[in-house]
Design a protein around this ligand. Structure first.
Ligand code: HT7
Ligand code: ZN
Length: 847
């Protein structure tokens, strides 16, 4: 297939003034009647409509059947010759038949558990009807649904309904990717929201019968999001209704369709017995994210899919702000940076590296990546740091004023910042066009009163971009005195050159620098520091992010040394004693400080230091450090574990969740000392899923989980979301030698419904995240994983392609593992009929 290129953009030569759709729903033969009111914009152009897998029943132009000689039908669409088209406005009607029951790819109109639902981003609408399926074609939609099912939903406001039918009207012009339809036997949790200007909005969360008691948290999160967007961005909701539907079969997390968000049920349903604190936090942030798209994505959309970060980077940034406002800002920043490093830095350092705004693609679904989303959000955060809070607010107000109702570009976005703040962002734009994570080296100089920091930036080559140019890097720096006092509060240094110095004058003594506070730019900071200085920052830094960062870097170095055979570092062990003493004052932060670097993180660090990582050694070193910390601080760990018990009624709020996180961190450390005894007791007594699952993981790690797993299964066999956890935890925490075998055993169970993306991801994602298990030298993990990708690809290309990224780290490992991984990728790429999605990914992985 030919790649699409950003440079080739041309506007669509017709305007769509109005869309009217009628759906006659039937699982295997749904009829879709489409009436498009079109106006030519560029004389002499053929009318090209996208359409795939559609059986054309009728085609009329201004009420008359179109003769076959006037149009061409291919596998990918329909083209009506310019000569057959009127010069002025006309009406095109088509009737097609589609088969939702056969749609296992979950793109377009499909069935999930007896209900009809849609997923149209990015290019799903072309599986529903013939249409210009591109985001810069925006139109108001009228939809009529005919079906015996009791609940019939679409975008916008309800117009009318009767037995077996309903009509909807969405007055806001929108691209086809925001179209949605749901029909099913659903029940709703209802509520109401009054906007700042006093308009009443009916809210409903639609779920399968029996799930309605688990929607309360999502509804509260929705109302909090609506209020926050009014307060923080001055953005009100703009329809009479806002509907959310939970579906069990979904390729991703959720979808922001106008007025009718569709969610993976795991991101809606929550109760203390079934959802962990991490689930609650994720539900809250995804509800917010999809809601925030109403302005950043829907009212202002993207001109083309190369601009995806325009809506996704900004909306992730907004959902991160929301969570940090309503929970702990420091904890949220650390969690976000952990995720950024684990997913985006990894992507940027491997064969799949691409710019935040890519310049070409074969399958756009493959570009819903950590780079577009998370790095895209970091770029927005840097812009804000550079222009300040007021500048950011002015720029966003101008963005909404100027581009409301439009399909915009990154150029439009940067121009509003330039116009609102007077700043030239030409160089800053490189963050959008150049891939790769800059390495930022720091040296320092002290002459008795002046302290100078010299930074050097360098970005390694990435596929297709061998040479990089200097970026604008906002570096937040504070200086501490030897007693821990802050002698220079946080100052933002703006680096623009390849190498640049910044001096601090008039200091009485040599300070200790705290660099890149709050992780002010998505770079890798490389600085030669002593253990003592990092320990000092871990104890005293007034910036919580950098305090955590100092501890993390101490632990990472100790673990790297332990992989090489060193004993646990006594200073580090002592530092954990201080963390434990301080932890009850800020439990969520304490829990983060107690958490050791992941095996993947250690592998990355070893690779960066020039040593091919040995996954088994890393696993062993991490276990030894855990044991050493627990042995040294057993009493304190037991005391904190006991003190963090929560006798009160359950609350998912940040404070009690933080106490549970700290308690579970202590449990994890103590586990090896008591051989799982504490976990065994907790697993049966737990009243929350957070504790039950953490205890189960501990038992699996001690290889004494058989009884607990059986009881867990008996208790939750009816609950698909909890059973996903049961599948995942066993593979994720299996001993390295047992991981592939455990996965194979679970995959053979009758309730391994592999066609359901959540179940597939639970098991296979668990294996890929078990670092030492997946990368076992036998190659069994790779083989098993590839076998299942090959099996899934024909029925669900999108999920297969996404999951192929488990192999993206192959260049990091030794020659033996590299050969094994490449062989599996080769085997996948040789499959006859491999999808375009997976084909593109495997080719990039192997290039
Ligand atoms: N904008 C959406 C991205 C998306 C998606 C969601 C569900 C299934 C398939 C999908 N393809 C693209 C979700 C979001 O980022 O908000
Ligand atoms: Zn999004």
């Amino acid at each position: 297939p030919q790649p699409k290129r950003l440079a080739d953009y041309t506007p669509y030569p017709f305007r769509v003034d109005q869309v009217a759709l009628t759906f006659r729903l039937a699982p295997c033969a749904t009829q879709v009647l489409a009436r498009l009111d079109l106006t030519p914009q560029s004389p002499g152009a053929d009318l090209r409509l996208d359409g795939e897998g559609l059986r054309l029943l009728a085609l009329r132009l201004d009420g008359h059947a179109l003769p076959p000689a006037d149009y061409t039908l291919t596998e990918t669409g329909l083209t009506i010759a310019a000569r057959a088209l009127p010069a002025a406005a006309f009406v095109l009607e088509s009737e097609v038949e589609i088969d939702p029951a056969a749609n296992t790819a979950l793109e377009g109109l499909y069935m999930s558990g007896g209900m009809f639902c849609t997923q149209c981003e990015a290019e799903g609408f072309r599986h529903i009807t013939f249409y210009p399926d591109r985001p810069d074609v925006m139109a108001p939609f009228r939809v009529r649904i005919e079906s015996d099912l009791p609940v019939l939903l679409s975008n916008g406001n309800p117009v009318a309904q009767g037995t077996g039918w309903a009509e909807w009207h969405d007055p806001w012009p929108k691209p086809a990717y925001l179209f949605a339809l749901v029909a099913g036997d659903l029940v709703a949790l209802r509520d109401r929201f009054t906007t700042a200007s006093g308009r009443s909005v009916d809210l409903a969360i639609w779920v399968r019968r029996g799930d309605e008691a688990r929607c309360g948290f999502a509804m509260e999160a929705l109302k909090r999001s609506m209020r926050w967007d009014e307060e923080a961005y001055g953005r009100e909701y703009d329809l009479d209704v806002f509907n959310i539907v939970a579906v069990d079969d979904f390729n991703m997390g959720a979808m922001e369709n106008k007025g009718l968000n569709i969610f993976n049920s795991k991101l809606v349903l929550a109760s203390p017995e079934t959802a962990t604190d991490a689930d609650y936090e994720r539900i809250e942030s995804v509800i917010a994210h999809e809601y925030f798209h109403n302005w950043t994505g829907n009212r202002i959309t993207c001109r083309d899919w190369f601009q995806l970060c325009l809506k996704e980077g900004l909306t992730v940034y907004r959902d991160q702000q929301f969570t940090s406002d309503i929970r702990s800002a420091a904890v949220k920043r650390i969690e976000d940076v952990l995720a950024l490093r684990a997913r985006q830095f990894r992507e940027d350092q491997g064969p799949l590296a691409h710019p935040v705004r890519p310049e070409s693609y074969i399958e756009i679904n493959n570009f819903y990546t950590a780079t577009v989303y998370e790095k895209g959000a970091e770029v927005v955060g840097m812009l804000r740091r550079l222009v300040g809070d007021d500048g950011y607010r002015r720029a966003l107000d101008l963005y909404f004023d100027r581009h409301d109702g439009q399909a915009a570009t990154i150029e439009d976005w940067l121009t509003v910042f330039e116009h609102a703040t007077g700043r030239d962002l030409t160089q800053f734009k490189r963050w959008y066009s150049e891939a790769g994570t800059p390495r930022l080296r720091v040296t320092e100089d002290w002459d008795g009163s002046r302290y100078t920091l010299t930074f050097t930036q360098e970005t390694p080559p990435t596929p297709g971009q061998p040479v990089k140019t200097p970026r604008v890097i906002p570096i937040a720096v504070g200086l501490l005195g030897q007693n821990g006092d802050e002698v220079v509060p946080t100052r933002l240094l703006e680096m623009t050159e390849a190498s640049q110095s910044f001096a601090f004058e008039g200091l009485a003594a040599r300070p200790v620098p705290s660099i890149l506070r709050g992780f002010s730019a998505p770079v890798v900071l490389e600085r030669e520091t002593t253990q003592a200085e990092r320990a000092f920052l871990f104890a005293h830094d007034t910036d919580p992010f950098n305090r955590w960062e100092a501890g993390r870097s101490l632990a990472r170095s100790a673990l790297m040394a332990m992989v090489g055979g060193a004993a646990p570092d006594p200073d580090l062990i002592a530092a954990y004693g201080r963390v434990l003493a301080d932890a009850p004052a800020d439990p969520a932060f304490g829990a983060l400080c107690l958490r050791l670097p992941s095996e993947d993180e250690i592998a990355t660090a070893l690779h960066a230091a020039g040593t091919p990582p040995d996954p088994a050694e890393i696993h062993g070193a991490r276990a030894r450090l855990t044991h050493a910390i627990a042995t040294a601080h057993e009493g304190a760990l037991q005391a904190v574990f006991a003190a963090m018990a929560d006798p009160g009624p359950f609350s998912p709020d940040a404070a009690p969740a933080g106490r549970r996180a700290l308690r579970m961190a202590c449990l994890g450390l103590l586990n090896r000392l008591d051989n799982g005894a504490r976990a065994e007791r907790l697993c049966d007594a737990a009243t929350t899923m957070t504790e039950r699952l953490a205890a189960l993981a501990c038992l699996i790690e001690m290889n004494r989980a058989a009884g607990a797993l059986a009881r867990f299964r008996d208790g939750f066999a009816h609950d698909r979301l909890v059973m996903d956890k049961w599948f995942m935890v066993q593979v994720l925490h299996a001993a390295p030698d047992l991981a592939a075998e455990t996965a194979a055993h679970l995959a053979a169970l009758p309730d391994f419904d592999w066609k359901n993306p959540n179940r597939f991801r639970a098991l296979m994602g668990g294996l890929a995240a078990n670092h030492a298990g997946f990368h076992h030298a036998s190659g069994a993990g790779y083989r098993f994983y590839a076998d299942w990708l090959i099996r899934l690809d024909p029925i669900n290309p999108q999920t297969t392609a996404r999951m192929s990224t488990a192999f993206e780290t192959w260049p990091r490992y030794d020659a033996h593992r590299q050969a094994l991984m490449r062989a599996e990728l080769g085997r996948i790429s040789a499959q006859p009929g491999l999808s375009r999605d997976t084909g593109e990914m495997v080719a990039r992985l192997l290039a």
